[in-house]
Design a protein around this ligand. Sequence first.
Ligand code: SF4
Ligand code: SF4
Length: 450
Amino acid sequence: MSIAARRTTRRRTFARGVHPDEQKQLAAGCPIEALPTPPEVRIALLQHLGAPCQATVEPRSEVAVGDVVGRAEAFVSAPVHASVAGTVARAAMATLPNGRHVAVVPIRAAEQQPLAGEPLIEDVFGGDWPLERLDRYEPLQIVEAARAAGLVGQGGAAFPTHVKLSPNQQKPIATVLVNGCECEPYLAADYRLMLEAPAPVLAGALLAGRAAGAAEVIIGIEDNKPEALETLRTAARRTPVVVQPLKTKYPQGGEKQLIAAVLNKVVPGGGLPLDIGVVVINIGTAAALARAVLRGKPLTHRVLTVSGGGIRRPRNLLVPIGASYRELIEACGGLKEDAARVVAGGPMMGFTVGGLDVPVTKGTSGVTVLSREEIAKAAETPCVRCGRCVEVCPMGLVPTKLALATRVRNAALAQRYHVAACIECGCCAYACPAKLPLVQLIRLGKIMTS
Ligand code: SF4
Ligand code: SF4
């Protein structure tokens, strides 16, 4: 692989966007800690974009950490693995934050787990991560390791990583972009990973570049994370990886906005980064790819942030997939009295959950608990046609028209205003002085036109 070395200190960005109150200070200083092993995990058989898995285990069977419990038969799918050692319970259903009802494999945790606490963190991120001689791994070997490990995008979209990295003769990849922006307010898990585990992040970035046949690998980081920029720059000194600072602006971590900022390229409407020779992967995904390829370990745990004004002790936790939001919140000291809303992910793009018995999936980047004060807002008033929603939309859409199209149930109008191009970033709702629920209306508009 020939990866061009290209270093730049000029901060870049994309057009439009907003500057929400970041609130990163709540969790950014909290080192990654391991969640105590929960009594039960529920492994969702669909926690990625694509086809669901088929359960491979029967009730009462014993499983070890890393055993496959759901097989992926379709190409666009990803197997799921036991995240604790224990006994499989009867199959059940769970509701994910996006409202989908999915089958889960419940596993009752054994009293003795092979690893917990600090030794677990050391096992996942510690030890030696050689950055040299990664060319001994063939591209197809890396793709197959990503598939077998069940890797999916950990930034939220949960697209299977092996599909992104698979060689495509028609659409060769020139650039692998590693997304270190973490632009959602409150979330700090990727930031902590960059600080505490730069070697697996870099090894994964290089392996992704090799698998995709990319000429360059660039890690984009917002300039509100100077320590992460410095740590990765230092770690990458003897590698061809470029660490690119970006202006802090929301949604800088959106795939299309990241590509526009770093490469000055536009993903065509309805297209994918692949169409312009780019693959984007998340920081957590890069670290997981290194673990899959170099150590043969599947994705059984992930780092996420629990934060917000409604949680007693914000933390960054290494969590077994399938643990419940209730356990995360208990591990963070519980809810404050004025806790008012629990959001899966960050407040801009996240989904409000109706209860706490929601299982963590591979794409769960965090849980944000907002206080009454944080969600206090003026009552919705009529649109004053100020145009702010149009000014901030990073996709160049007209959110007010899209919301109107949903309200009057006019699917043709929604399509005419390109509802499908909305990335649901929430900039329009954030900027709207009338406090109109623009994103919720646009989401409904997407369903109306699908
Ligand atoms: S219309 Fe969609 S893409 Fe544009 S600001 Fe609103 S949520 Fe973001
Ligand atoms: S920002 Fe709100 S009030 Fe202003 S034009 Fe858009 S929808 Fe109307």
